[in-house]
Structures are given as C-alpha cells and as structure tokens.
Design a protein around this ligand. Structure first.
Ligand SMILES: Nc1ncnc2c1ncn2[C@@H]1O[C@H](COP(=O)(O)OP(=O)(O)OP(=O)(O)O)[C@@H](O)[C@H]1O
Ligand SMILES: [Mg+2]
Length: 210
C-alpha cells in the first residue's frame, strides 16, 4: 500500500484491549508523519498511550493532541470517570478544528467498540460522532475470526467505513483469508512480533509491514 492511500484522518480501534492499537498507531504515525490523538485515556500510572507513541516515534511534541479525558484508573472509561468524579460527555470530544500542519491524524480508541463511556454511550457512539474511516486491529491467532467479524459488523451498522484490518501477531494465513473473505475487507498489514520495540526499529516498520 502506498503512503498516499491512507485517509487524511482515521480512527484506530481494536477487537479488544491490548491487541496492539498503540503499536500500530506508532508505526503509522511515524511512517505517515501523522498527528496522534487519544481522546479518552484510562490509567495514568506508568506510560499513557500518548507517551508510548511519543517515545516509539520520537516525533516532535506538536504531533500530539491533548487527551479530552485523562482518567486515573486503568478501568473501563465509564468506571474510571466515576471514580474520578467525572462524567464523559460525547459533545465535549470534538475533532481538532482548523488546519493541522500534518498530512494525517490518527485517533486511537480505548479498548474495543462496546466499551462504555458513560451510562448511555459506548466507544462506537463516539466513533459515529467523529465519523472517520476505521482501521480495526485484531490478534492474528485463534479466536480472532469471531472477534473481528463481530467488530466489523458493528462498525458498519453504525454507518462507518471500514478502511481495513491490521492483524498483529505471528503470521496466520488461514485467519487472514477468513477475515478477508467473511469480513469483506482488506487486511492492510500483518505485524509480526517485534523485539525490541524502540524508536529506531519502529521507524523501519511502516516500510516493512505496509
Ligand atoms: N507486534 C508487536 N511486537 C511486540 N510487542 C507488541 C506488538 N504488538 C503489541 N505489543 C505489545 O503488547 C502490549 C499491548 O499492545 P498495545 O499497547 O499496542 O495494545 P492496545 O490495543 O493499544 O491496548 P489499550 O487497549 O490498552 O490501548 C504492549 O506492551 C505492546 O508493546
Ligand atoms: Mg493503546
């Protein structure tokens, strides 16, 4: 896939928490020279996702937009917000206005699609509001077909365009074929396990995997 093929702004979601959304965001941010935004961050101990992408890309600070919600505890956002005495309101989370100096904007979700943000709304509702094309990050191994097809169905039900799936983990041609066929989508990349993960290596990964 060539660099120009990516939409101006897109939303990176996943089939689950911990599937590699932040790693994929870092590879794409570095390769595309993109801006990065994590609107809802749950968990402030240790590195936040924004800090991880900063360190994995070594991009200047102005590539990083401030989070709309920074929640102390690493919980589902609706619970983390409650513990902080906050209420997440979708209306307060908007795409940055005006011209970004960068060619692309990458927005990373929290967890998967049906993660509650408050007592009424889920991550997918925020995605619907932002209305960006979606990249779905999925594990490569056993169980991924079910999770990926369910997630694709939900994204489409909300009227959003699926840009493609990124599979993360050891190569699995059978699962790739199933996701492409049943999911009626493109697998944009298969990211294999990389060690160590640091900014020098991450800067080579866009060309290697995309
Ligand atoms: N291809 C890979 N090679 C090596 N390590 C990886 C790879 N993909 C993910 N990891 C590691 O797995 C862990 C989870 O990945 P990551 O933080 O990107 O998931 P996430 O989907 O962003 O999670 P969250 O829902 O918390 O935002 C991290 O420690 C990350 O460094
Ligand atoms: Mg993440």
């Amino acid at each position: 896939m060539n660099k120009k093929g990516f939409p101006k702004a897109f939303f990176i979601t996943g089939t689950d928490t911990g599937v590699g959304k932040t790693v994929v965001s870092a590879i794409l941010a570095k390769g595309l020279g993109a801006a990065y935004w994590k609107p809802v961050q749950s968990g402030l101990d240790g590195e936040t996702d924004t800090e991880t992408v900063q360190s994995l890309t070594a991009l200047p600070e102005n590539h990083f937009l401030p989070e709309s919600y920074r929640l102390r505890n690493p919980l589902s956002p609706h619970l983390a917000a409650k513990e902080d005495g906050l209420h997440i309101s979708l209306e307060t989370i908007g795409l940055p206005k005006g011209l970004s100096p960068f060619p692309h904007l990458i927005v990373e979700g929290a967890g998967g699609l049906m993660v509650p943000l408050n007592e009424r709304h889920f991550m997918i509702d925020l995605m619907e509001r932002l209305h960006l094309p979606v990249i779905l990050v999925a594990r490569s191994g056993l169980g991924t077909i079910n999770h990926t097809l369910l997630s694709l169905e939900m994204v489409r039900r909300h009227g959003l365009h699926v840009w493609g799936v990124v599979m993360n983990g050891p190569l699995n041609p059978g699962n790739r074929e199933a996701i492409t066929h049943f999911g009626k989508t493109e697998v944009l990349a298969e990211i294999e396990p990389v060690t160590p993960l640091n900014s020098e290596i991450v800067s080579t990964l866009f060309n290697r995997f995309f």
